[in-house]
Design a protein around this ligand. Sequence first.
Ligand code: ZN
Length: 203
Amino acid sequence: MKIIAIGRNYVDHAKELKNPVPTEPVVFLMPETALIRKNQAFFYPSFSNDVHFEVELVVKISRLGKNIAVKFAHRYYEEIGIGIDFTARDVQAELKKKGLPWEKAKAFDGAAPLGNFVNKNQFSNVNNIDFSLSKNNEIVQQGNSKDMIFSIDTIIAYVSQYFTLKIGDLIFTGTPSGVGPVAIGDNLSAKIGEAELLKVLVK
Ligand code: ZN
C-alpha cells in the first residue's frame, strides 16, 4: 500500500506558513514505514529540533481505480479516519530553500501516526466533518472538511490521474491552521467530532 498526502489544503494553514494558496493539489508520498498504528509512541527523530504536529483527516481507499471522475470518487472509499503528519519543519525549510523534495522532512519512520476509522455513512456530509487535535489536554488545532481547498472527491480524482489507487491506500488530506511543535513527553489526542480516534505519546 501507499500513502498519498496533500499539502496546503486549507487556506488558513497555507497562510500561516506564508505559502501561496495552491491552484491544484500539492501532492507527496510517504512509505508504509512512516505509519504508527495502535496508539504506539512516536520517537522524536535525532535529525530534527523542530518537529511539528499536523492533524489531518485520512481517507482509506476501498476499490482499485485509475483516472477516477470526481462524480464517481465517492465510490472509492468507505471509511474516514484521522492521522498526524509529523513534519520536521527545520529539515523542510532547508529542503524548500533548495527546491528539493520534502520526503526527509515528512516521510521518515513514524511520521504518520494513524488512528481508527469511521464508516463514512456515519457522517451526514463528508464535506462537513469536524476534527481536532489536543496537546496535553489543550485544543491546538480545529478543522472542518468544508474548509478544504480541494474536497475529498476532488483529491481522489486528481491523484488517480497519476497513481493507480489500490485497496488499502491512504490519503492524508491536509492540515488546518494551528500547527506547532511537539516536545518529548507531550500527549497528543485527535478526534473526529467527539470521538477520540488517535492518541500519541512523544518519546
Ligand atoms: Zn500535512
